[in-house]
Design a protein around this ligand. Structure first.
Ligand code: GRG
Length: 305
């Protein structure tokens, strides 16, 4: 990927499509699994990972590296590793023991096509492959280690897994009714936000950015992650299933507490807009190098899937 792309005025949709294509072909290469992988498992891994996701998190990895003056190519293994962890989390979240979904990325969910045991194994394999991809693909080795530590923390019990556990517990105990905004934000900071923050972190680690740049990009990721979740909740209330490629109006049906349920649709939207403005404010020191990150943040509120 040419470095010039970071600073050339380019409509966001074209830039997103170009980046998505690069990520998709890297994911395709990384999942040409060798003989030891049973064909049905390989098929299931590729069915999930190569499904038409938006590739937002890998895009954040690549564009944050570019914002710090690094060629995106160097960050591609990190971008793919984040997408592998994200996809594993979706596959496991869709299982009957968790959110029990039958539609994802516009297709039947993994367990519907390949069975529950294979869906569990797909998640396990993707999680392992993420760390193998970082270990083999990121140079120098000390940067690979720093990326692995950061991704492990974001995927682990104090972040993604912990947020998911609290979300499931809240839904099971009391339909989430005892949650307030702070508790809801705490769940989503871990369940959704941590993967946005670590995407920014991996990009800046690969670019060997200084602490001020790293902090600003992580803060952007924190605010964007929360705004993304609010937008996701709004899509669940107002969205269109065909466009979203997943069930909508599911959370309210399950009595799950969401931002619109707690704050109302208008206040939720205002809160998300405020967060996006603040996220974009973090990009000011990067100037034109972060133009695409700014456009991406604005897109998160307008998306319909
Ligand atoms: C199983 C440990 C574990 C965690 C699951 C990802 C997740 C945590 C739950 C999915 C349910 C959900 C609605 C999460 C919040 C928002 C979110 C992560 C939406 C999916 O991300 P997109 O819209 O999906 O970027 P694509 O398919 O485009 O990659």
């Amino acid at each position: 990927m040419a470095h010039r792309a970071a600073t050339t005025a380019c409509p966001l949709s074209a830039a997103l499509a170009e980046t998505r294509a690069l990520v998709d072909s890297a994911l395709d290469r990384l999942t040409q699994l060798s003989d030891g992988c049973p064909p049905r498992l390989a098929e299931a891994i590729r069915y999930c990972l190569l499904a038409p996701g938006k590739r937002l998190r890998p895009t954040l990895v690549l564009w944050s590296a570019e914002a710090c003056g690094c060629h995106a190519e160097a960050a591609m293994p990190a971008a793919c590793a984040v997408e592998m962890v994200h996809t594993y989390s979706l596959v496991h979240d869709d299982l009957p023991a968790m959110d029990d979904d039958d539609l994802r990325r516009g297709r039947p969910t993994c367990h519907k096509v390949f069975g529950e045991a294979n869906a569990i194994l797909v998640g396990d394999a993707l999680l392992a492959l993420a760390f193998e991809t970082l270990a083999r693909g990121i140079r120098p080795a000390e940067t690979a280690v720093a990326c692995m530590a950061a991704l492990a923390e974001a995927a682990g019990a104090t972040a993604l897994v912990g947020g998911q556990a609290d979300d499931l517990a809240a839904a099971a105990e009391s339909n989430g009714e005892r949650l307030d905004v702070a508790a809801l934000e705490s769940i989503h900071r871990r369940k959704t936000g941590a993967m946005f923050v670590v995407s920014m972190r991996l990009g800046s680690l690969v670019a060997r950015a200084g602490p001020a740049q790293c902090n600003a990009l992580e803060e952007y990721g924190r605010k964007l992650g929360l705004a993304f979740q609010i937008a996701d909740d709004l899509l669940d209330v107002q969205g269109d299933e065909a466009a979203a490629g997943k069930r909508v109006d599911k959370d309210s049906g399950h009595g799950k507490l969401t931002f619109p349920r707690l704050l109302g649709v208008e206040e939720s939207r205002r809160r998300a807009e405020r967060l996006i403005d603040e996220a974009c404010g973090e990009l000011a020191p990067f100037g034109a190098a972060a133009e695409r990150l700014e456009a991406l943040a604005r897109f998160v509120l307008e998306r319909n899937r």
